[in-house]
Design a protein around this ligand. Structure first.
Ligand SMILES: *Cc1c(COP(=O)(O)O)cnc(C)c1O
Length: 439
């Protein structure tokens, strides 16, 4: 890593050069594309982002759970550099190449279950989800897809329909794709109910409202991401998966945010030994290069007719080189273990923050959320959450928020982050929480 792993503040954040770029941006970049923190980056390594004003920020977001192996990880950079020089693109659907196969071999080995699997590669998470739904409908001959409260699956037309939250993702962008049904999600901090009980309610809803024989698939994030880092109560996922298996309904795990060591295992489904029929992956898969995949039972995947799956760039060789490098780094550096160590460091510290404004500190591995409420109530406090995040940003720590109610701070540090740097970032966060909650 050439960039020193330290927080350095030389100007206010954003600095004058970033502010100048932000003015230029307004004249050319579509207003609907936003940035959490408009600090313009020139270089990044490990857990640090270096900006155009000479500041170095601590990265507790990993570009939304993407740079799990650290930014510009050497294990990713070197094979990508080699691949770019060898060839950049042929289109796998025109003339194939080996590293696409190698990525599919890794996916077969790493994803839950030891059944025979096949994969298809795409460019983005939303595209993977679209294709998983396509496959499920065609393989089952059924129309309906069941999704959950608080779900997030992307911003294309079908994935908007699958996503729960209206503003900003869906509002005014309809009409949406049909045959998407929504059922309750286990949300322990708010419903306080056993997982099996909430699962029963969801299943009853499906049975009553459409009937199992109409359902192609149940689509679920095993820990919800954008919806608020909601980890369902134990028993919820296995109960849903069992109902699916009993009714010929495919269980699709959207592990786009939770996958690739983020939660302290290769995949979040591993924690409860749930084996999905289809799994979607993206984000952390390739250390920052755009790549996504659908992996599933060989018989389902191979039931798709020739040329029915694909896309010009899907499984681009440069992205595949990045994925092989990233997966190698995860394995060699035991980044699942590193994620658990991050959780062990962060969770007790945050749980020790005694304030009535925190409803819940939750998470698994390096996917950690803090839910803020009006003190002594369960009423979400998005304003407080935004203020805390803003204070962290001004002090050079990149922190993201999420949640249906916008009241969750989420921590997604690169799994390779130096613990001293992580601790410094946490101290900034803890101080911001104290400042904004002491009255
Ligand atoms: C980010 C995300 C998506 C969408 O991925 P894109 O690459 O942004 O299209 C889908 N599902 C989950 C769970 C995600 O976190």
């Amino acid at each position: 890593m050439t960039t020193a792993q330290a927080r350095v503040l030389r100007t206010e954040i954003p600095g004058p050069n970033s502010r100048e770029l932000q003015r230029r941006r307004a004249a050319t970049v579509a207003g609907g594309v936003s940035s959490v923190l408009p600090v313009y980056i020139t270089e990044a390594a490990g857990g640090v982002l270096h900006d155009v004003d000479g500041n170095s920020l601590i990265d507790l977001g990993s570009g939304i759970a993407v740079t799990n192996v650290g930014n510009a990880a050497p294990e990713v950079v070197e094979p990508v550099r080699r691949q770019v020089a060898e060839f950049t693109h042929t289109c796998f659907m025109v003339t194939p190449y080996e590293n696409y196969l190698q990525v599919c071999e890794e996916l077969a080995a790493l994803t839950p279950g030891d059944h025979e699997k096949r994969s298809a590669l795409f460019n983005s998470g939303a595209e993977a989800v679209e294709n998983a739904v396509k496959i499920a409908r065609r393989a089952t001959g059924r129309p309906a897809i069941v999704a959950f409260d608080h779900a997030y699956h992307g911003r294309t037309n079908l994935t908007m329909a699958l996503t729960a939250k209206s503003v900003p993702y869906k509002h005014g962008f309809g009409p949406f794709a049909p045959e998407v049904y929504r059922v309750p999600m286990s949300y322990p901090a708010r419903d306080g109910r056993p997982g099996e009980q909430v699962a029963r309610e969801a299943i009853e809803r499906i049975d009553k409202q459409l009937g199992a024989d109409q359902v192609a698939a149940v689509l679920i994030e095993p820990i919800q991401g954008e919806g608020g880092f909601i980890e369902p109560a134990p028993g919820f996922l296995p109960a849903i998966a069992k109902w699916c298996a009993d009714n010929g309904v495919l269980f699709i795990a959207d592990e786009i945010q939770t996958g690739f060591c983020r939660t302290g295992a290769w995949f979040a489904c591993d924690h409860e030994n749930v084996v999905p029929d289809l799994i979607t992956t993206a984000k952390g898969i390739a250390g920052g290069l755009p790549l996504a995949a659908v992996t599933g039972h060989a018989d389902l995947m191979d039931a798709m007719p020739p040329s029915s799956l694909g896309g010009t760039y899907g499984g681009n060789p440069i992205a595949c080189a990045g994925a092989l490098g990233a997966i190698h780094a995860m394995r060699e550096r035991d980044l699942a273990g590193a994620a658990r160590a991050i959780g062990d460091l962060v969770l007790p510290r945050l749980r020790a923050l005694a304030t009535g404004a925190i409803l819940d500190v939750r998470g698994r591995g390096a996917m950690i959320g803090i839910e803020f409420v009006k003190p002594g109530t369960t009423e979400p406090d998005p304003e407080l959450t935004a203020k805390i995040a803003k204070t962290c940003h001004a002090r050079g720590v990149v922190i993201l928020t999420c949640g249906t109610y916008g009241n969750v701070i989420r921590l997604l540090p690169p799994l390779v982050i130096d613990h001293a740097l992580l601790t410094e970032g946490l101290e900034v966060l803890e101080e911001a929480i104290r400042e904004h909650t002491s009255s």
